[in-house]
Design a binder for this molecule. Structure first.
Ligand code: ZN
Ligand code: ZN
Length: 570
């Protein structure tokens, strides 16, 4: 039993307990237990064997008992009993956003709805609106939830693709027959979610490469095993395709399988205009002779184009580029903006976060714990703020080449106001303002709420503007042009939240904002040390939005950043 298996079992217990109307505190303890086990840095099996379960924070006797049984026997009678109360298929209903266990229970008890299909049938028959506690508005929300679930079926967060790539590439490189290897597809293009993972290898001995591929750790099932293409299903459920081509064909195959389809269509048309033919095997003259290219740069050159970085290959204006843009890179980033500590709901202390940021080579760290309205996340009260500022002052006094910046992630209330009095807001050096609750608003209401926050003279950065959670929750609908204009007029930057569940603001709007003069800030929104590395996803999205270093606050020196922030202060 891996930590992940144990966490999944505890999660399922919590869901089923909620369905059967158990005590919320008990349910909470299972939810917390699941999270703890999932994030544990060591193997849960070892912890059980050494009898250290009860030493873990928040693991009481009942929970420790269940974890022990699970780990030792691989099964749990308590879970089996819970499962027996409901049909297995009821799990399908938990995938629908806007539908919680309480409502699932009512749907099951009152209408016998126990599958997704049964739910859709009940919706079509209009039976849901009449249920007590539902009504037409809820019916519409469930309908929307189903559509969302259908639209995102089979998609994965970028981090799931990364796990596959980071396992497979070193694994395959150990096979001497592998000459070149690279990820392709939407992962290489840094899309916010992916359907599958594509890898391209150059080799003269494809059989050896394919054999090693299907034996990789993490492969759950082989669905196709050939010389040029093999496909497997990874343990997370994500599909992985490997193509092996000759060294000669490698750049063309890499280009082709990186896509996007739309980008490739234009490339092929350009080839045709030059009496050439481009496909996954090569770039050919009309006598079917290969026009040899060393790499992708060469192919673009032969098509009369500057090199187009993979993130831009969406046929969204990249063909008008006259030279290859100098997109933002990790090396341009000087500091971390937007991080949490144990003062609110972070897992690591302020001091640990500082050490972590220093160790990663950053020059500054902006601390932005939650504000007082976010009581669920341990939002900071006045006294906490004073204590935190004293701690920051002490650290800054000690450190020479590093600066901790006093900040807050202030909740944006429904009316767009921030949730502290002005004198407290004035005590921070850099303020991120974000929406965390009441996300059910029309486009007009949501835009007005955000613009009011942007117009607040204390706001420096608008955090995760739409509040979306990828594959789980659609964010605010926003009138982007209006929002961008307000940001420029009030000198407020927009965050690219780098948590891979958010990646908010969506990359599709970034370039429009940039062209209007909007500044951006990449926020790892780190709630623990490791999450400082979320920065890489934020950089991918910034690149996808055509950003260069000058458009991004985190590339500035700390003095410049603080001077910019001070200039705004009323
Ligand atoms: Zn937030
Ligand atoms: Zn945050």
């Amino acid at each position: 039993m891996s930590n992940k298996d144990v966490a999944a079992a505890l999660e399922e217990i919590a869901q089923l307990m909620e369905l059967s109307g158990e005590n919320p505190f008990k349910i909470r303890s299972y939810v917390n237990g699941a999270r703890l086990v999932e994030q544990l840095d060591e193997d849960i099996q070892g912890v059980v064997m050494e009898g250290r379960l009860r030493e873990l924070p928040g693991i009481g006797e009942a929970l420790a008992d269940k974890i022990q049984t699970l780990v030792e026997t691989g099964a749990l009678p308590f879970l089996e009993e819970l499962r027996a109360q409901f049909p297995d298929t009821i799990q399908e209903l938990f995938q629908i956003p806007n539908l919680g266990p309480k409502r699932i229970k009512t749907l099951y008890k009152e209408l016998g709805v126990d599958t997704l299909a049964a739910l859709e049938e009940a919706l079509n028959a209009g039976r849901i609106a009449d249920l007590k506690g539902f009504g037409p508005k809820m019916q519409a929300k469930i309908q929307e939830g189903i559509e969302f679930a259908h639209a995102h079926a089979g998609q994965y967060l970028l981090i799931e693709a990364e796990k596959v790539v980071e396992t497979l590439i070193p694994w395959l490189r150990k096979e001497p027959a592998v000459l070149h290897i690279a990820p392709a597809g939407s992962y290489r293009r840094s899309k916010e979610v992916v359907k599958d993972v594509d890898l391209v290898v150059a080799s003269a001995k494809p059989k050896l490469v394919m054999q090693r591929f299907i034996e990789a750790p993490g492969v759950q099932r082989v669905t196709n095993h050939g010389d040029t293409k093999s496909s497997v299903v990874w343990e997370s459920g994500i599909h992985v395709d490997l193509r092996v081509v000759s060294e000669e064909a490698y750049p063309y195959a890499l280009l082709h399988f990186t896509g996007s389809k739309e980008h490739n269509v234009v490339l092929r048309r350009r080839a045709k205009d030059r009496d050439l033919k481009l496909n996954e095997y090569g770039l050919f003259t009309d006598e079917d002779k290969l026009a040899p290219c060393d790499d992708e740069v060469d192919i673009y050159k032969k098509l009369g184009l500057p090199y187009i970085p993979p993130e831009l290959r969406e046929d969204m204006g990249e063909f008008e580029l006259e030279e290859s843009p100098e997109l933002l890179e990790m090396i341009d980033i000087r500091g971390v903006i937007h991080s949490h500590t144990t003062y609110s709901d972070g897992k690591d202390s302020l001091a640990e976060m500082v050490t972590g940021a220093q160790g990663r080579g950053y020059e500054y760290l902006h601390i932005s714990d939650h504000s007082q309205s976010a009581a669920y996340a341990g939002g900071l009260r006045e006294a906490d703020i004073e204590r935190q500022h004293r701690e920051i002052d002490a650290i800054n006094k000690k450190l020479k080449e590093f600066r901790v910046i006093k900040g807050i992630e202030s909740d944006i209330r429904t009316d767009g106001s921030l949730d502290y009095e002005d004198d407290i807001l004035g005590s921070f050096e850099l303020i991120v303002a974000s929406v965390h609750s009441q996300l059910d608003m029309t486009e007009k209401e949501a835009t007005q709420r955000l613009i009011t926050a942007v117009e607040n003279p204390y706001t420096h950065i608008l955090g995760h503007p739409t509040g979306r959670l990828l594959l789980m929750r659609r964010g605010f609908p926003i009138q982007y042009d209006k929002l961008f204009d307000a940001c420029v007029a009030n000198q407020v930057a927009i965050e690219i939240n780098a948590n891979c569940r958010r990646l908010d603001i969506d990359w599709r709007y970034i370039r429009r904002g940039r062209d209007k003069g909007v500044l951006f800030s990449i926020g790892p929104d780190a709630h623990r040390l490791d999450a400082l590395d979320n920065m890489r996803f934020g950089i991918g999205i910034a690149r996808k939005g055509w950003l260069e270093a000058e458009h991004v606050l985190n590339t500035w020196k700390v003095e410049d950043l603080l001077a910019w922030a001070r200039k705004k202060k009323p």
